[in-house]
Write a protein that binds this ligand. Structure first.
Ligand SMILES: [Zn+2]
Length: 209
């Protein structure tokens, strides 16, 4: 489970470091938005410091509110249909439909069940890669949640359902805001993080190309 919880794995370096850094800051903010959104919003309201955040921050918050239920629904759909490493067929299908719903061109079947899709900012620039992992663990889920695992002895016990759904949510926000950033954001949904082989296979398949 080496890279669990880390959605960002790669940033192309180079000449436009300042721009790239702004892009990273922006992406980190978006990525961290779902887990901390409620906390952030309540703090902002309590301190009465709404005027200290930028117009872009406000747009991000508004968009995260707009897409929240959809991201929750996707997370629960993935959670109740967990699949083991390199068998993420249904999960990949859910991701593909969600990304195509945004209007993105999706490349499927990379390293088996992996997917990639690019979002282009309105201005040219460097490329930032954001990554989520899609596989579950061989664990029996024991609870009464309405979206508990339907697959015996397979469970999203490591949060990859959240990683995957969140990256779709981030994609939706970044797509809406593509007038606000430069370059390309490549979304990578990899198979088989748990057994450690999916990331390597995705790289071999040329996702940095
Ligand atoms: Zn994991």
């Amino acid at each position: 489970m080496g890279f669990c919880g880390k959605n960002i794995v790669f940033l192309s370096g180079g000449k436009h470091k300042a721009t790239a850094q702004r892009c990273v800051d922006f992406a980190f903010f978006v990525l961290s938005l779902y887990p901390v959104r409620s906390f952030f919003a309540s703090k902002v309201q309590k301190r009465g410091c709404m005027n200290q955040i930028t117009e872009l921050d406000k747009r991000i918050i508004e968009l995260s509110d707009r897409f929240e239920q959809e991201v929750l629904n996707l997370r629960r759909a993935i959670h109740e249909n967990p699949e083991l490493s390199f068998h993420e067929v249904q999960t990949a299908g859910l991701v593909q439909r969600a990304l195509e719903g945004i209007g993105l061109a999706v490349k499927c079947g990379i390293a088996g069940t992996g997917l990639i899709a690019d979002i282009h900012g309105f201005k040219p620039g460097r490329t930032l890669l954001l990554r989520a992992d899609m596989d579950a663990l061989p664990i029996q889920e024991q609870n009464d949640l309405p979206f508990r695992s339907k697959n015996d002895s397979v469970m999203h016990a490591c949060g990859h359902d959240v990683h995957t759904a969140n990256l779709v949510g981030v994609a939706k926000i970044l797509y809406e805001l593509r007038d606000s950033w430069s370059g390309t954001i490549r979304l990578v949904f990899q198979p088989a993080e748990e057994n450690g082989g999916g990331g390597r296979e995705m790289i071999r398949a040329g996702i940095f190309g």
